[in-house]
Design a protein around this ligand. Structure first.
Ligand SMILES: [Zn+2]
Length: 254
């Protein structure tokens, strides 16, 4: 069975055919889908999706760096008040993003550190987003790592030195559709490093793998990422599925 460790299937992209998307995923041996939150506007939709199929979906709670603005403290307070009332599988997605907008970088860092504190307090994995900010994000995690923190650098987009630093911090690398794109450094990193440090993800509806690149992504397309990774690692696909799903189990306790 495959585990999609990162998909936003609760977004409006799926509102007309979510049942088909779920069925496609199950037909393509996806056993579980982890749902990272984005901000306060997505929590209800995410929890509703989880309630439809509680064996299949797992929800996280967190504030995406792209949604951090001057109101982030109030938004975080609302989220934290929910942690005791719902069984979330992780904190995320959180992190830093300097690609679109650097206006709220200090707020992004504070929001990220607060969410790392939650991960430590509630003993949950933290799911990290870093875009154009890999070294900064790694440094923040390094300063907070007291041996208790674990999680995923989702949709890893750094170089091999950064990948090694992340592994040394006890974190995993989330690998998705980008692996199937031509001329990417990720294939070299996947080849170079042991499979023990990788988990698979779609980031659906984004980052669709070849052969559907440019279209909406969905969890069933994870098989194309798994196929590509098994070619790179020279392994049978089912062997790769087992190892990466086991890695996911090491991160998430349920
Ligand atoms: Zn995401």
């Amino acid at each position: 069975m495959l585990t999609d460790t990162h998909a936003h299937l609760y977004l409006e992209h799926f509102e007309n055919d979510i049942e088909t998307v779920i069925q496609n995923a199950k037909n393509n041996s996806i056993g579980k889908v982890y749902l990272p939150n984005i901000d306060n506007s997505t929590i209800e939709k995410m929890l509703y999706l989880e309630s439809i199929d509680q064996d299949f979906f797992r929800s996280m709670i967190g504030l995406h760096p792209g949604s951090v603005n001057e109101n982030f403290r109030a938004e975080l307070d609302t989220m934290q008040s929910m942690i005791d009332n719902h069984r979330f599988c992780g904190i995320g997605e959180t992190g830093t993003d300097l690609y679109w907008d650097r206006t709220f970088i200090n707020e992004q860092i504070e929001a990220f550190e607060t969410q790392i504190d939650w991960a430590q307090k509630y003993q949950l994995p933290v799911i990290i987003h870093a875009r154009d900010s890999m070294d900064l994000t790694i440094d923040i995690v390094k300063n907070k790592q007291d041996g208790s923190l674990k999680g995923i650098f989702h949709c890893f987009s750094g170089n091999i030195e950064q990948a090694k630093k992340i592994i040394d911090l006890g974190f995993y690398l989330g690998i998705g559709g980008v692996l199937t794109y031509k001329n990417n450094e990720l294939a070299v990193i996947v080849k170079e490093l042991p499979l023990d440090y990788f988990v698979l993800e779609t980031d659906a509806p984004y980052l669709t793998p070849v052969p559907f690149r440019g279209k909406r992504n969905e969890s069933s397309y994870l098989k194309y990422v798994a196929q590509k990774m098994s070619e790179i690692k020279k392994l049978q696909v089912d062997e790769l599925e087992n190892i990466t799903s086991k890695n996911a189990e090491n991160i998430f306790s349920f």
